[in-house]
Design a protein around this ligand. Structure first.
Ligand code: ZN
Ligand code: ZN
Length: 585
């Protein structure tokens, strides 16, 4: 009897463990072969896209310059189609969660490559897509190898620059005026990469004389090719008979691009309606706050009849409270420190406060574009310091500094620090570089997830008591949030609803309280980009919707920290794919 029981028990163990083994072996096999597929694909991808490999710091193929002729574009389509087939040979259901996400990201990536070339045909109408300045700058300035080696790489990279720009001129069929102007400006800027300082480092290098001669000949060939391209584009612009394509891409293409770029189940029209609704809601809330703050900031001055004018008047008064140019960096540093303490004290994240995050003056090469930014650890390197860069306003003319400081006053500077650093971009960067790095997710990270996260945390922090519900803080938050929803209204409005420049100016000036320079910049950005301006609001909307569903699913087990930790563990994958894994069927 006793023996029987033991036997039975053993048999059961043997059976169950065998069964288990078989299962894990199967999925382990699926994942092993999928991982091998990813590695193979990534290297092939960089080989076919050497310029992207340079930007990402991959370390191979830097000396190759791909000539952008029609054969190259046809090759890219074939490459993507081929990989769609390989991808579909894998059993999706047998993959780990991480690989499931990679599968979906790659599928979207391949389909979108085919769409960009065959349907959107960007290569025919955007001359700014042809520019080798940026990658050359990377080759020279990144310290990935000794100077001599970098210069030799540069020399090889440049040897066919003339063929590169000839192919570009062949590819351009009917450009938009706006992208032609952009291409001229940016290629003229690229000439700066090959200026006297490069010649000095060539002279100072220990290359042999023949190597120096070859490099200098290649640089001369390149600058001539760029100048020739610029002159050709200028001639196009001056030609009265040249037919330019409209920069408005129209509803159909916009919807398709929206789907590929943002990866969301919602339609562009849905997001537009949501944005209009949010705008009206922010106006109502702002009016209540501004009305209550009127006496404090405007004294006995009579209240304007127009509610939007009243809001704007109070916002302008509050904006006068700002840091001095000398104290901007210290103010930002203190904010990040306080924000770190706040998220720990309020149990919002399991944040590792020893993670290297530095607040620093904006490096020169990035200066002059925006007041602040976040620099992430490059994809192909291990955990490095994450930077929150702040512009040095002591170096700009006083009037310009004053205008920037009113825009980023005592209140909005806090929102900026939340967005860029804590717990926005920098914190997200720390999480994604701490987790076992998934190259697919890092390389093809979704812009709507990244920006959506930074936008999501702005409100989340205020909702959780950052700044103690100060009415000034909330009013300035609504102004800030109006920019995000108006980005959607402007983008969709221009491309799908035929908004004129006047429509955009009226909207941003009267309803989003923006300054002329900002409005001009936004309008220009919306004419040379499509969909990107929707990514902030779209990502945040999707994250909020996911949080609601996750909260219902988890019931009493739900915590905000739990949601944040789980969400961030998926890196920068599209929110749609993260949702599929976080929400049980
Ligand atoms: Zn001032
Ligand atoms: Zn951002």
């Amino acid at each position: 009897m006793r023996q029987y029981i033991i036997l039975c028990f053993l048999a059961f163990i043997a059976f169950s463990s065998c069964n288990n083994n078989k299962q894990t072996e199967n999925s382990a096999f699926a994942d092993t072969s999928f991982n091998a597929f990813k590695d193979r694909f990534m290297d092939e991808y960089w080989k076919t896209n050497p310029s992207s490999a340079i930007f990402i710091g991959y370390g191979k193929y830097y000396d190759t310059l791909k000539i952008p002729d029609s054969a190259a574009f046809a090759g890219d389509v074939a490459f993507a189609k081929n990989y769609i087939d390989s991808l579909h040979s894998f059993d999706y259901t047998g993959l780990s969660d991480n690989n499931k996400i990679d599968y979906k990201i790659l599928e979207n990536q391949f389909l979108s490559t085919v769409w960009y070339i065959d349907t959107f045909k960007l290569q025919h109408w955007d001359p700014s897509g042809y520019n080798i300045g940026g990658e050359c700058y990377e080759i020279i300035s990144r310290n990935y190898a000794p100077l001599n080696e970098r210069l030799k790489t540069l020399s090889k990279h440049l040897q066919h620059a003339d063929a590169y720009y000839s192919a570009a001129m062949q590819m351009i069929k009917q450009p938009t005026k706006e992208h032609t102007e952009l291409a001229i400006k940016q290629n003229e800027g690229s000439l700066g990469v090959f200026d006297a300082s490069l010649m000095d480092s060539v002279k100072a290098s220990t290359l042999t004389q023949p190597e120096k001669d070859t490099l200098q000949a290649h640089i001369a060939l390149t600058t001539a090719a760029i100048k020739n391209y610029v002159a050709w584009l200028q001639k196009l612009l001056a030609d009265k008979n040249q037919q330019f394509r409209s920069f408005r891409i129209g509803e159909e293409l916009f919807n398709q691009k929206y789907k590929y770029d943002l990866v969301t189940d919602n339609s562009a029209k849905y997001l537009f309606d949501k944005a209009v609704e949010a705008k009206n809601n922010y106006h109502n809330e702002s009016y209540k706050l501004a009305n209550a703050l009127w006496a404090k900031y405007c004294g006995a001055q009579p209240k304007p009849a127009d509610s939007l004018v009243l809001i704007k008047t109070v916002i302008d008064k509050i904006s006068l409270h700002h840091a001095s140019p000398e104290h901007l960096l210290d103010t930002a540093k203190k904010q990040v420190h306080d924000l770190e303490h706040f998220i720990i004290a309020n149990d919002l994240f399991n944040y590792d406060t020893t993670a290297p995050l530095q607040v620093r003056i904006m490096p020169a090469f990035a200066a002059g574009v925006t007041l602040a930014s976040a620099s992430q650890t490059p994809v192909y390197s291990k955990r490095e310091t994450t930077y929150y860069n702040v512009e040095d306003l002591t170096k700009v003319p006083a009037a310009q500094a004053e205008s920037a400081l009113r825009e980023y006053n005592n209140y909005t500077l806090q929102i900026l620090s939340i967005h860029e650093a804590m717990p926005g971009h920098c914190l997200q960067g720390v999480y994604s570089s701490n987790k076992s790095p998934d190259i697919i997710q890092a390389v093809f990270g979704n812009g709507a997830t990244v920006e959506g996260w930074a936008v999501y945390v702005e409100r989340m922090m205020l909702d959780n008591g950052w700044s103690n519900n100060s009415p000034e803080m909330w009013l300035m938050f609504y102004k800030w949030a109006l920019r995000e929803c108006c980005n959607v209204i402007v983008d969709y409005g221009i491309h799908c609803l035929n908004y004129s420049k006047e429509d955009v100016v009226k909207l941003l000036k009267n309803e989003a309280f923006q300054e002329d320079a900002q409005i001009e910049e936004k309008y220009h950005r919306a004419t040379v980009s499509q969909v990107q301006l929707c990514s902030y609001f779209s990502g945040a909307t999707d994250i909020m919707a996911l949080r609601e569903k996750y909260k219902q699913q988890e019931g009493s087990a739900y915590t905000l920290k739990g949601f944040h930790e789980k969400f961030l563990s998926y890196g920068s994958a599209p929110v749609k794919f993260i949702s599929e894994l976080m929400l049980k069927k």
